[in-house]
Write a protein that binds this ligand. Structure first.
Ligand code: SF4
Length: 403
């Protein structure tokens, strides 16, 4: 059965769920071939380049309760809302660094709509309108999204985190359908829309990861990502195993093959299982990197992957691109590349009912505040926690350009 949109680079026989599962499980020489093919597709569609974005984390206030996140509402600590002046100062630092994409990211709170709506026109003005304003602020009502669009927002990232309805409900305490409804609104309102998956969540199986790579095409997203699950302190999943780096990179490579013209970042979380993980992200077909411009006093407070998260600074981003042999795209060049990467006209199948995900029986134990899963998934479950010695050596060979 063919399962990916018709615009996919892959021939039909390689778009079946079985073929995708095979690619996700690739190791050794097969994994190197997968990465080579994915980077070749990236190079064909974009040249050997990557868009460089700047992000400002405007608030760590969040009303949601995701099991993997220390910023969940139950955690009581001093939260911040970045002051408008500080955000505009950080915006200026992004402009002076020559970047053309300003991302405003935050926990999910209705208050961020008002803040962003007020700031976006000022950000556009600071760039003489020559800027992409990207938001990543969680679920919003359609009315709020319309306000943000009218204010001048161009793009919005709303990661599905997991495309498996049952796992999504367990992990986020909200139905997947509400997130997908918001994603459909984003596309309908003309936002360049991003989605993304966490790889290695407890209870996640092959079938749901396959859905994670197919879902962005169904929604009509033009940006997508794969991040390894990072067990963060002060979250109910702090004791779980870390997501597997090799599998995350395979997800990224398959996304590139299925969605050739997508913007796919090498996310900062790739650095957690293995230093140099972002270089590997580019080896697997990524074409975006994001530099953190959050004012210093709040940078460590933004604990999305825990307080010891990896923060990407300018030198690290440029060093990563240099090591990966990728040319950074700034300002206008980045905007032009993003326009070329547009996937307008992608066929969409609307609604979660079209996803065809099998149900995954989970048994959830949390009486002592910790979360355990007694039954993982219907399909074979991928190995978790970093890399085995062999897989790690293979990835290091790829990262260091040895073969
Ligand atoms: S992952 Fe996002 S929505 Fe979930 S608790 Fe953390 S900040 Fe809130």
């Amino acid at each position: 059965m063919t399962t990916a949109p018709a615009h996919s680079y892959l021939p039909a026989r390689r778009r079946t769920r079985r073929a995708i599962a095979g690619m996700l499980e690739a190791t050794g020489a097969a994994q190197r071939r997968l990465f080579d093919e994915a980077s070749e597709v990236r190079d064909t569609f974009f040249g050997r380049t990557a868009v460089v974005r700047g992000v400002i984390e405007i608030t760590d206030v969040c009303v949601k309760s995701c099991l993997y996140c220390p910023m969940r509402v139950e955690n009581r600590y001093q939260r911040y809302f970045q002051r408008s002046d500080d955000i505009l100062q950080a915006t200026d630092a992004i402009r002076q660094a020559g970047l053309g994409v300003v991302a405003l990211q935050g926990g999910e709170t209705p208050a961020s709509t008002t803040l962003a709506t007020r700031l976006i026109p000022a950000i556009r003005q600071a760039f003489d309108d020559d800027v992409e304003v990207l938001l990543c602020l969680g679920d919003k009502s359609r009315a709020d999204l319309e306000r943000l669009k009218r204010a001048g927002a161009d793009s919005y990232i709303l990661k599905q985190e997991t495309a498996d309805p049952e796992l999504h409900l367990t992990m986020r305490a909200v139905p997947l359908s509400s997130r997908l409804g918001c994603a459909h609104d984003l596309v309908a309102l003309g936002f360049r829309t991003g989605m993304g998956a966490i790889v290695g969540l407890p209870g996640q199986g092959t079938a749901s990861l396959i859905e994670d790579v197919l879902l962005p095409g169904r929604i009509g997203a033009q940006m997508m990502s794969a991040s390894p699950f990072i067990p963060a302190a002060n979250s109910p999943l702090s004791g779980a195993l870390m997501g597997d780096l090799g599998l995350t990179l395979n997800m990224l490579a398959v996304m590139r093959l299925l969605h050739p013209s997508a913007l796919i970042p090498a996310v900062s979380a790739l650095e957690k299982p293995e230093p140099g993980g972002q270089v590997l992200g580019f080896a697997a077909g990524a074409n975006v990197i994001t530099i953190n411009f959050t004012p210093e006093e709040n940078r460590q407070k933004y604990a999305i992957y825990g307080s010891d998260r990896f923060v990407v600074r300018r030198e690290h981003a440029l060093g990563t691109l240099r090591k990966a042999g990728i040319e950074p795209l700034f300002g206008r060049d980045a905007l032009a590349s993003m326009t070329c990467g547009s996937t307008q006209g992608v066929p969409r199948e609307r609604g979660p009912q079209s996803m065809g995900v099998g149900s995954i029986p989970l048994k959830f134990c949390g009486s002592d505040g910790q979360v355990r899963f007694e039954r993982a998934s219907k399909g074979p479950s991928f190995r978790q926690r970093g890399c085995s010695a062999d897989a790690g050596a293979n990835l290091r060979r790829i990262r260091d350009g040895r073969d």
